[in-house]
Ligand binder design. Sequence first.
Ligand code: FAD
Length: 291
Amino acid sequence: MHVDDIFTQAHAQGEIPVSFEMFPPKGELTLDKAREAAQKLSSYRPDFMSVTCSAGGGGNYEQTAAIAAMLENELGVSSVAHLTCISLTRAGLAERIAQYKEAGVENVLALRGDRPAKDSPLYGAPSDFSYAAQIIPALIEAGFCVGGAAYPEGHIECEDLATSVSHLKLKQDAGASFLVTQLFFDNEYCYRFLDLAEKAGITVPITCGIMPFVSKQQITRMVLMCGASLPSPVIKLLAKYDNDPASLAQAGIDYACRQLVDLKEHGVDGLHVYTMNRPSVAAAAMAALGR
Ligand code: FAD
């Protein structure tokens, strides 16, 4: 099912769609391994699930479409396959589109992708695309329902939030019919961003992405990668449970659940949970949201 229809139907019933992100399992990837993760997560009945695609050459991307198709066809969950363009030529994009079509993918999250690191095999690879918005028309023409990424605190490479929002508008102008936000730990940043997006004329549904912190190492990596702010209550939890990893992970999940409930109470368009393939995260989020 097309994701924009999921939003339309849910909103008509006064509901907020809840979706999960999963990644193709790391290491030697078999579809069976991915199926195990997908089965566990989908058992919590999200409205749709998205499947990441590694742009940097260090992870798995070849099975993204197959996993998205498995979610739809075997597990009965609508899915979104991510597609990154930073290392693609026009011919490479056409191949990727053909692969996604053949697998039966219906929804695509159009992304530029993070720049490949110097030690990546894709470092310096020829590319015909600089921005995600540039691949949206070809994806629409191929018949996909297309979404894009949004940044409540501005994209890390972008000088200010207003410019980041104006770049986001280009995705809607190119045909994106839904947007998924980067993670954030302070909902106030999200509300400020949603207000700016509305003022900029962005009318497509924006679903709010929440990732629980589960370790100091993970949160540090995420914050440095995407530039999300760490509010004082999160820093205090990190300090409090510095020597107690299990309690820190639980505190992180509890914090994320409180964010989700607050977002729901504010009536946002949708809630997207970065599950990190952990069923415990999916379970806690759905329980907190009364689903
Ligand atoms: P773009 O929208 O192309 O923006 C990239 C930069 O260019 C920004 O600074 C933007 O402000 C600027 N820009 C855009 N248009 C213009 C223009 N016309 N002129 C000048 N500047 C411009 N990464 C992966 O590798 N795999 C994934 O599966 C993946 N999934 C993600 C899912 C979500 C929901 C999010 C939020 C991010 C995801 N990422 C993923 C990370 C993403 O690839 C990075 O954040 C990347 O750095 C930017 O991708 P983008 O598609 O938002 O880029």
